[in-house]
Design a binder for this molecule. Structure first.
Ligand code: TYD
Length: 211
């Protein structure tokens, strides 16, 4: 059983890499759950809608942080921990590091507050590994615009933030990864999916998590 989180700017390819790892684990008959934040539970999915929609009045940074943490505590208690206890691998699209990156890095809430609330929401559950798909802000915007013109999906409230905000988010992810090199793996998200998949598999084999 392992708890692996995927982080990065929007458009960094988290979901594609998560799907290839999920398939790999299933092919080895390992039980796996793929989930995401905000969301992952019915209540969490409703909170996700509330946070990402543009209302007449945007939530203040503290309100926004509390909503992400509310979604997280529900998710940890009702989905993540029970699956880890049943020996599943849990692959999660974003977790506590996103709150540090977006709400502390981007919105400039004091990091110690975000850390405290992360600990409260998770009751100290931490990922075994966080995979950072590092991408430049420019490339993230380019991929997002491409996706939007292809699918007709419009940018959500977080995606609509200025480049400067996303620069701070990227810097925070890199700082967190450099501070905890044993719990993080940094991948260059501009590389092809096949290469990223191989790099991740090699890392997991090196940790002796995969046969
Ligand atoms: P994500 O699911 O990656 O968005 P999408 O499905 O559009 O790719 O994440 C939703 C947004 O929420 C994303 O912009 C990052 C942001 N976020 C935070 O600001 N703080 C958090 O704690 C989390 C989990 C996400």
């Amino acid at each position: 059983m392992r708890f692996v989180v995927f982080e990065g700017l929007d458009g960094s390819g988290k979901s594609s890499l998560m799907s290839t790892l999920e398939q790999e684990l299933r092919s080895k008959k390992i039980q796996v759950l793929k989930t995401r934040e905000p969301g992952g539970t019915p209540l969490g999915d409703e909170i996700r809608e509330l946070i990402l929609r543009s209302h007449g009045q945007a939530p203040t940074p503290r309100t926004e942080l509390l909503l992400y943490e509310a979604s997280r505590s529900q998710h940890v208690d009702l989905v993540i921990r029970p699956h880890l206890e049943k020996n599943f691998w849990v692959l999660c699209d974003r977790f506590t590091a996103s709150s540090i990156a977006f709400q502390a890095g981007g919105r400039e809430i004091a990091e110690e507050w975000v850390e405290k609330l992360n600990r409260f929401a998770t009751q100290d559950l931490t990922p075994d590994l966080t995979v950072l798909l590092d991408l430049s802000v420019q490339e993230s915007q380019r991929r997002r615009q491409k996706r939007e013109s292809f699918s007709g999906k419009v940018a959500d409230r977080m995606e609509s933030e200025a480049d400067h905000f996303h620069q701070k988010v990227r810097r925070s992810f890199l700082d967190q990864a450099h501070k905890n090199p044993h719990q993080w793996l940094i991948l260059d998200a501009s590389l092809e999916l096949g290469i990223l998949t191989a790099q991740l598999q090699n890392h997991l084999k090196g940790l002796q998590w995969l046969p």
